[in-house]
Design a protein around this ligand. Structure first.
Ligand SMILES: [Zn+2]
Length: 412
């Protein structure tokens, strides 16, 4: 056994020469809060009659990497605010310095850089444990190539089911995921023709917008000028936005692009795909919406097997803090942490098993430990937090590595 979480074994009875490896593909769906990770074994079947290649993916492992970009951002903001207060309290006002800061090319804010770094660290780990031969990544929300110059040609020129998904993703991005008429968010949105089809409106993407169901039904086949007769400002905005094509850059997220550059540097084949294709695959294969399953649906997949399995949730927890002083919310010292990060051979974040034989807390607990210098620890187990477990009951199973682990099931 090499590692407990995620469970990894090392086969030692194989010879290097006669060892045939299965082609394993690592698939990623990077998101802002959660990144889906899927390891799949791929097989291809060629239809003898038609010559078509059918690619099936057999899911081996599913994980969701939960980022802590917001925690990093909050910590930096708080630090800046405390520093502001300290400076402001003792100094006369001075003009801020001007235009004397530079950032290297490709700089990302720390909260976004963390996303790229943690994903890369997991890609490297998985490549180390599993014979990964290829990578797949969702790079863009929609494929402008598939749309073929979206604002010029119309959907009637782009036959095929996939194109509908690309158009949908394109519209979601362009109209900011809200109803163009009433601004409703987080409701199911429908594609609406600004100039109605029955009145000669075209299917061009520049004539399409998104509307919530009530608006879409109330509008019916009215031209937008009649429907919003009482809101001339809104009509002007909608018509202006409809004409302006969404620039390519808006579809490409800087983090995903930075990740792609790092993956390319790994000397493995990287397949990139659009979110439109992922959604299309997910609907066609009838797979529920979940980050890790989205990852499994990235790119060219015809059949997906064995996806009903537990998902490892990997929570980015950090490796502790350099700061040794706890502060109140106003930035005044509240308490001090010990200089050493470990106590009695344990560190916060270690995976431990505690077997308590006597007392009120008798029982066996397995989970992530939080240490105290006095030797009374807290254990975050799958069932909840257990407080005040003495260190002599604990055995370390796995060292802290900056992540918290738990298993979840896919609700079907
Ligand atoms: Zn609406």
């Amino acid at each position: 056994m090499h590692r407990l979480v995620p469970f990894t074994i090392r086969l030692i009875d194989r010879e290097q020469e006669d060892c045939a490896l299965q082609p394993v593909r690592l698939k990623l769906d990077p998101g802002s809060k959660t990144t889906g990770v899927a390891l799949v074994r791929e097989s291809q079947e060629v239809d003898v009659d038609t010559g078509e290649v059918q690619r099936s993916a057999h899911v081996l492992f599913l994980a969701e990497l939960v980022h802590r970009g917001h925690a990093i951002r909050d910590a930096l903001r708080q630090r800046a605010a405390f520093r502001r207060r300290r400076r402001g309290a003792n100094l006369r006002h001075r003009q801020p310095r001007f235009d004397n800061r530079t950032r290297r090319n490709g700089w990302l804010p720390p909260s976004l850089q963390h996303r790229v770094d943690t994903i890369m660290s997991w890609v490297r780990r998985l490549c180390h444990w599993v014979p990964v031969s290829e990578l797949s990544q969702e790079l863009v929300r929609f494929d402008t190539q598939a749309l073929q110059n979206p604002e010029i040609s119309g959907i009637e020129y782009q036959q095929g089911e996939l194109q509908g998904y690309e158009v949908r993703e394109y519209l979601l991005e362009k109209w900011g995921r809200k109803c163009a008429y009433c601004g409703a968010e987080n409701v199911p949105l429908e594609i609406d023709h600004i100039h109605p089809r029955s009145k000669g409106g075209s299917d061009r993407v520049s004539n399409l917008t998104l509307a919530c169901r009530p608006c879409n039904q109330r509008k019916g086949n009215l031209p937008v000028e009649h429907f919003l007769a009482k809101h001339p400002e809104r009509i002007r905005k909608i018509l202006a936005q409809a004409k302006a094509p969404l620039r390519d850059a808006a579809a490409v997220n800087s983090t995903r692009w930075a990740l792609y550059q790092r993956l390319k540097a790994m000397s493995l084949d990287v397949e990139v795909a659009s979110g439109g294709r992922t959604k299309y695959n997910r609907h066609r294969l009838q797979v529920p919406k979940k980050h890790c399953l989205d990852a499994a649906c990235v790119g060219h997949v015809d059949v997906i097997q064995n996806w009903q399995q537990p998902v490892l949730s990997i929570q980015s927890a950090g490796r502790g803090s350099y700061q040794r002083t706890r502060l109140t919310k106003h930035g005044f010292p509240r308490g001090y942490l010990t200089r050493s990060k470990s106590a009695f051979g344990f560190q916060t974040g270690d995976l431990v098993r505690a077997v308590v034989t006597t007392g009120k807390k008798a029982g066996t607990y397995l989970g992530r430990v939080a240490i105290r210098a006095i030797g009374s620890f807290n254990i975050q187990s799958a069932t909840g937090l257990v407080q005040g477990i003495h260190h002599r009951f604990c055995t370390r199973i796995q060292r802290a590595d900056g992540y918290g682990y738990s298993w979840t099931r896919i609700a079907i």
